[in-house]
Design a protein around this ligand. Structure first.
Ligand code: Z5A
Length: 206
C-alpha cells in the first residue's frame, strides 16, 4: 500500500476533533490527498454500530459485546474505506483506531489484552498505523473540557478512575511502541499543541 495511515488518540476532551482538522489542512497544504475518517464509524454500517455503542439506553452493555461491536465496525471500515484509500496512494487520517480498543476495552473495562490482540489479528492481520498522535492531558483537564458540551454519551458517563486507566493504557502503549507513537502535550494552549503537531508532521513527510 502506498498511502500512509495516521491515527489520532487520547481520552475524552483532549481536543482530537479540534486538532484533526488542523492536521488534515497541514497535510493538504503539502499536496497530500487525505481521507479523514473516524472510529467507531466511517461507513454507513459502522456509523449505525457507533450509534448503538454511544447510546445511553445501553448503559451497562456487556464489555465483550462492546468489544466485538468495535471490531465489527472496524472490519467494515478497513474493507470499505481504509485499505482502498491506501491502495490508491491516499493518506488516511483516522480519529481513533485499535489503540482505543486497548485503552478503553482493555485498560478501562479490564478485558484481557490477549483477547483484544486475537481479534486484532483476525480483523487486521499485521496492518498497523504508520503514525499515532497521542494527545495527552490529565483526566481532570479532558473531562472539564468535555463537560462544557451537550448531554453525555454512554462513555462520557464513566467515572474519573475509568479515564485514569484509559490514559495510563495509552501512555503504556506510547512507551512500548515508541517508533510509531508521538505524544503531544495537549494541556497546552491550542497554538502550542498545533506547533507540536506541525513539528511531528514536518519530520514525517520531509
Ligand atoms: N471507543 C472505544 O471505547 N473503543 C474503540 O475501539 C473506539 C472508540 C474506536 C467515541 O469516540 C467513544 O468511543 C469514545 C471512546 C470509544 N468515548 N469516549 N470518551 P469519540 O472520539 O467520538 O468521542 P470523544 O473522545 O468523546 O471525543 P470528543 O469528546 O469529541 O473529544 P475530543 O475530540 O478529543 O475534543 P474536542 O471536541 O476537540 O475538544 C473538547 C473541547 O476542548 C472543545 O470545546 C475545544 O474547543 C476545547 N479544546 C480543545 N483543545 C484545547 C486546548 N488546547 N486548550 C483549551 N481548550 C481546548
Amino acid at each position: 500500500m502506498n498511502g500512509k495511515f495516521i491515527t489520532v488518540e487520547g481520552i475524552e476532551g483532549v481536543g482530537k476533533s479540534t486538532n484533526i482538522t488542523y492536521v488534515q489542512q497541514l497535510l493538504e497544504a503539502n499536496g497530500i490527498d487525505v481521507v479523514l475518517t473516524r472510529e467507531p464509524g466511517g461507513t454507513p454500517l459502522g456509523e449505525a454500530i457507533r450509534a448503538l455503542l454511544l447510546d445511553s439506553q445501553y448503559t451497562g452493555m456487556d464489555p465483550v459485546c462492546e468489544l466485538q461491536l468495535m471490531f465489527a465496525a472496524r472490519a467494515e471500515h478497513l474493507a470499505k474505506v481504509i485499505r482502498p484509500a491506501l491502495e490508491q496512494g491516499r493518506w488516511v487520517l483516522c480519529d481513533r483506531f485499535t489503540d482505543a480498543t486497548y485503552a478503553y476495552q482493555g485498560g478501562g473495562r479490564g478485558i484481557d489484552t490477549g483477547i483484544i490482540s486475537r481479534l486484532e489479528q483476525l480483523v487486521q492481520g499485521d496492518f498497523r498505523p504508520d503514525l499515532t498522535l497521542l494527545l495527552d492531558v490529565p483526566v481532570e483537564v479532558g473531562l472539564a473540557r468535555a463537560n462544557n458540551r451537550s448531554t453525555p454519551d454512554r462513555f462520557e458517563q464513566e467515572k474519573v478512575d475509568f479515564f485514569e486507566r484509559v490514559r495510563q493504557a495509552y501512555l503504556d502503549m506510547a512507551r512500548e511502541h515508541d517508533r510509531r507513537y508521538r505524544v503531544i502535550d495537549a494541556s497546552q494552549p491550542l497554538e502550542s499543541v498545533q506547533q507540536q503537531l506541525t513539528a511531528v508532521l514536518q519530520k514525517m513527510h520531509s
